[in-house]
Design a protein around this ligand. Structure first.
Ligand code: FAD
Length: 383
């Protein structure tokens, strides 16, 4: 779907072959279920296992932990192919994020216990940061974890949690020290969702991504062994979050760039076929001028996303670049899909048309992973 047959500099022969196999798999094994998942508001567990089998959940994880010894570029390819196909119901990115929290910050025992199951799709993950009272300001979380001997009792409420109905394990952000100032009292816990005291709330009714089970979660004296504390040391949660958030933002950036490419391809195809006043919609000067702008934006977005992928592969991706990509690419995603939808006329408003789904699905990209205003704040600090 790249414009002008552009080839990303990071895409070598191995990645081209990987892309081919993922593309076939997504179109043959996932896409046929997409409508069913949208209706039931969650993906099927069997699909996660199939994705695990394809090696697309944690391709960039060392094989000793169940990964495929690949690079973030393999993961970028998987994300792009899901986006190009419109297979948006299976939120693999959460497993990827959680896997990397554990790889970066977990104890050896935590890595061995969880990573192979996350990579295989046997363990579906959530990450529970947001609460009804706070999202952007994570220092304000009220969920607390109190130590009793060799256990912690976790209590609090979370909301908007992706994979919330399906998840087998959730990383929970909680305060272990209520007296500590700012971020110092925050810790992360790995919680098995079979633990007594954990309860799923309702699956939330959203304007987009209807196939994703975004949910509430409740913890009431949820008793977990002390070795569920990520990394084994209290008060490290905020640092652990800050280390990983750039990668979450990179993932959103990569999906945004792919979604721009898909929107342009779909729109060119449609406007070429659709006739009005005796000619193709594409032949109106207004259409060509608008799509010329779109095409330039799509190419610029691709170059931006490629820089992010390359830096991620090189290990030099920093907060500033990830946040810039997140806000800039998702802002363009919103504008471009809106422009493209216009050329579909009334069909663009019908959910059976991919452009309508893309329009609704794209809106959240400017909100989750840290609202775009927060990303501008972060970039502003680098000036
Ligand atoms: C579909 C979906 C999936 C999600 N998945 C997850 C998940 O898996 N795990 C999870 O923990 N959370 C998840 N979230 C939550 C998401 O990350 C939060 O909604 C987001 O961080 C914003 O927090 P909030 O909703 O509390 O908004 P608030 O913090 O109340 O902010 C509202 C708005 O205020 C403005 N604002 C806030 N702070 C500032 C500032 N400093 N400067 C300028 N403007 C500001 C922004 O415009 C912002 O959008 C998900 C949300 C959705 C909708």
């Amino acid at each position: 779907m790249r414009v002008e047959n552009y080839v990303s500099p990071w895409e070598d022969a191995d990645l081209v072959a990987f892309r081919d196999s993922i593309r076939r798999f997504v179109r043959e094994q996932l896409l046929p279920h997409e409508d069913k998942w949208r209706q039931q508001h969650r993906s099927d567990r069997s699909a996660w296992l199939a994705c695990g089998e394809m090696g697309m959940i944690l391709p960039d994880m060392p094989s000793e932990y169940g990964g495929a010894d690949g690079t973030p570029a393999h993961y970028a390819v998987a994300m792009e192919e899901l986006t190009y196909a419109g297979a948006m119901s299976i939120a693999l990115s959460i497993n990827h994020i959680v896997g990397h929290y554990i790889l970066a910050s977990g104890t050896e025992a935590q890595k061995r216990q969880w990573l192979p199951k996350i990579a295989s799709g046997e363990c579906i993950c959530s990450i529970a940061m947001t609460e009804p009272g706070t999202g952007s300001d994570l220092q304000g979380v009220r969920t607390r974890a109190v130590k009793h001997g060799d256990k912690y009792l976790i209590s609090g409420s979370k909301t908007f949690i992706s994979n919330g109905q399906n998840s087998d394990m959730v990383i929970v952000i909680a305060k272990t020290d209520l007296e500590a100032k700012g971020s110092r009292g925050i810790s992360l816990f790995i919680v098995d969702t079979n633990t007594p005291g954990f309860q799923r709330g309702k699956c939330l009714d959203k304007i987009g991504l209807p196939g994703q089970d975004t949910s509430e979660m409740f913890f009431q004296d949820c008793e977990v062994p002390a070795d569920c504390l990520l990394g084994g040391v209290e008060g490290q949660g905020f640092v652990q979050l800050m280390q990983q958030l750039p990668y979450e933002r990179a993932e959103i950036s990569i999906q945004a760039a792919a979604s721009l490419e898909r929107a342009l391809a779909l729109t060119v195809e449609y406007t070429r076929e659709r006739k009005a006043f005796g000619k193709s919609i594409l032949d109106f000067q207004n259409t060509r001028f608008t799509l010329a702008e779109v095409k330039a934006t799509v190419l610029a977005s691709r170059l931006f996303a490629d820089l992010i992928v390359q830096r991620w592969v090189d290990g030099t991706l920093d907060t500033t670049l990830a946040s810039m990509g997140k806000f800039w690419l998702t802002d363009r995603q919103g504008e471009v899909i809106d422009d493209c939808l216009q050329f579909f006329g009334g069909f663009g408003y019908m959910n059976e048309y991919p452009i309508a789904r893309m329009f609704a699905d794209a809106r959240v990209a400017r909100i989750y992973g840290g609202a775009n205003e927060i990303q501008r704040e972060l970039v502003g600090r680098s000036l």
